[in-house]
Write a protein that binds this ligand. Structure first.
Ligand code: FMN
Length: 186
């Protein structure tokens, strides 16, 4: 089994990120190849990065950092979920990755992003640069959702279209393969 950590970086009240996150989580759980951990940054409530030392040194001083470090270290791969705000990614996702360093290294990461017309394209392009600094290895495809509110059913659940389903499955496949291929380097 691949230990998958899904990190949801959408935290505001009324966020569409909650039902999107539920879809991604349920899909990964139903897949059968993953042990899924789901980090909802709205619940985790990490303060703005407040450690005195560079994360590379792993000299963490706060309980919230140690707990976050253990959770990320246990993962073999990640999916980051985030909306586009002002042509870039939402701030909580950056804060969550900045806390740590080696825990991310040589592990695959896929993105699920959303926004208006662009589907969060600008956000994911901006975030690509950040994850490469941490040694994360990107999957080929990422799920992009434009105007996701239009895909909520009467029960408030996100209903993916065929394309979104296919890309998420392709991303999960890539995470399994990359995780195995990168394991000797970790
Ligand atoms: C502060 C803010 C800035 C936004 N900027 C953009 C943007 O630059 N591009 C875009 O496509 N959508 C933008 N939007 C629209 C969001 O993509 C949309 O509100 C989406 O629902 C946000 O995801 P969330 O509900 O999970 O927070 C913005 C929304 C907010 C709240």
């Amino acid at each position: 089994m691949t230990n998958l950590l899904i990190v949801n970086g959408s935290i505001r009240e009324g966020r569409i990120g909650a039902p999107i996150g539920e879809w991604v989580k349920q899909t990964a759980e139903a897949d059968g190849r993953f042990t899924v951990d789901y980090a909802d940054l709205a619940e985790l409530k990490l303060p703005l990065m407040d450690e005195p030392n560079h994360p590379r040194l792993k000299k963490y001083t706060h309980e919230h950092t140690i707990a976050w470090s253990e959770r990320v270290a246990a993962a073999d791969g990640f999916i980051f979920l985030f909306p586009e705000y002002n042509y870039s990614y939402a701030a909580p996702i950056k804060n969550a990755v900045d806390y740590l360093h080696n825990e991310w290294n040589r592990k695959p990461v896929g993105f699920v992003n959303w926004g208006g017309n662009s589907g969060g394209t600008r956000a994911q392009v901006a975030f690509r640069v950040v994850v490469t600094a941490l040694g994360l290895v990107l999957t080929k495809g990422n799920v992009e959702i434009n105007f996701p509110q239009r895909q909520l059913n009467d029960g408030g659940e996100f209903e993916p279209n065929e394309q979104q389903r296919l890309v998420l499955t392709a991303q999960l496949n890539e995470i399994v393969k990359l995780s195995e291929a990168l394991a000797p380097l970790r």
